[in-house]
Design a protein around this ligand. Structure first.
Ligand code: GDP
Ligand code: MG
Length: 157
């Protein structure tokens, strides 16, 4: 795997889907040069929600979080590219949209901590990206292909 094959898990949360922001999220990541390698429009059930947010099981907001993420359809995605996990986190902005910089996805579209538009794997949590990808996707649901503009995104391509 070359350095630009890092994969990360991203989700347009139920608020993004309801507000018609799924395409905007895809567009931003796509235009950055990241490559979409997997996508699933789905409704998350209780069990999957509790697994996905397991690290927050002891937090006071856990029940609210699970209720929200199961409240409507989401678009689960896998994006690939150089330093993809950290780069997506930068594009998402701070967890609380009230603190997220303008120009970031949460900073441009959100106002509420509980409804903050987008999920992306935590780059500070080693292996979180691969764990989350595995939770939502079978390996054969991920597609390997070249994007025609890759030589124009990566100098060494
Ligand atoms: P993220 O990685 O930036 O999404 O943030 P965390 O992993 O810390 O938290 C997961 C999600 O839980 C966040 O995206 C928020 O939607 C939600 N969340 C975090 N903290 C709070 C809180 O204090 N109250 C509520 N209602 N939701 C929270
Ligand atoms: Mg997190």
């Amino acid at each position: 795997m070359s350095h630009h094959d890092e994969r990360t898990f991203v989700m347009a949360k139920p608020d993004a889907v309801q507000r018609g922001l799924t395409g905007e999220i895809v567009t931003r990541l796509e235009e950055r040069g990241l490559k979409l390698v997997g996508a699933k429009f789905m409704q998350i059930d209780q069990k999957l929600a509790e697994q996905h947010y397991g690290e927050h099981a002891d937090k006071p907001f856990f029940d609210e979080l699970v209720e929200f993420i199961t409240s409507g359809p989401v678009m689960a995605m896998v994006w690939q590219g150089a330093d993809a996990t950290r780069q997506v986190r930068q594009m998402m902005g701070a967890t609380d949209p009230a603190d997220a910089a303008p120009g970031t996805i949460r900073g441009d579209y959100g106002l509420d901590l509980g409804q903050n538009i987008i999920h992306g794997s935590d780059h500070e949590d080693e292996g979180a990206n691969e764990r989350e990808i595995e939770l939502f996707f079978d390996e054969d649901e991920l597609v390997e292909y070249e994007r025609s503009d890759e030589p124009w995104v990566y100098e060494d391509e």
